[in-house]
Design a protein around this ligand. Sequence first.
Ligand code: HPA
Length: 246
Amino acid sequence: MIELAIIGGTGLTALEGLEITRQQMLYTPYGEPSSPIIHGTYCGKSIVFLARHGTRHTIPPHKINYRANIWSIKELGIKTVIAVAAVGGIHPDMRPKDLVLPHQLIDYTWSREHTFFAEDLTHVTHIDFTHPYCESLRSQLLTAAQQVDLTIHPQGIYGATQGPRLETAAEINRMERDGCDIVGMTGMPEAALARELELDYATCAVVANPAAGRGSAQITMAEIEANLKQGVQNVRRLLAEVIRLV
Ligand code: HPA
């Protein structure tokens, strides 16, 4: 039985330490997922790994086939999904390399395929999305962080933007007024699609840079990559521990 799916984002296109048993390309009613599903054993458990931006990191956030990705995971009979995502820090406490477990989100994306309940409906469906992340999975992640002595922000509001460009300083100011603590480009519609298919879904966000207008300098890809490289080391520690608990 596969116990868990990990969706890796920027900085985590492969899961070091995963003993790969096979790769599987799935075809869904919504097209192909971003990458083959990698099956393997991680810390003694059977898991699958999916690279959200493709194996070579070539798919930008607005072009990701979120429906095919989530559908593939569901198709494999998996219940639990941990999404890893790079973000910019808006809240002054959310510094580069920090890990954040968002508890809420605000969706600023547009024109993405964002629902499974669009065509061929027998009835109109409105999912409950009051709490967009699975609370019990979030608390398992928190427990795992404590067990490995990892400092992690236990909550935060994730603002999902369209990308692929980064935001303006004024957009970040508006997002802060809205209550956002972190900003990323891939959190939606992924979280909502997971809820539509009744998956237990939580995100571990890694702060890659201070959001636009919050740092002293221009945001560069080199800065993002360097911070993610370090932040992702902690994500690996967290995943290794949480896998024991789920
Ligand atoms: N904005 C949006 N998405 C991001 C950022 C950012 O500053 N950093 C990493 N992903």
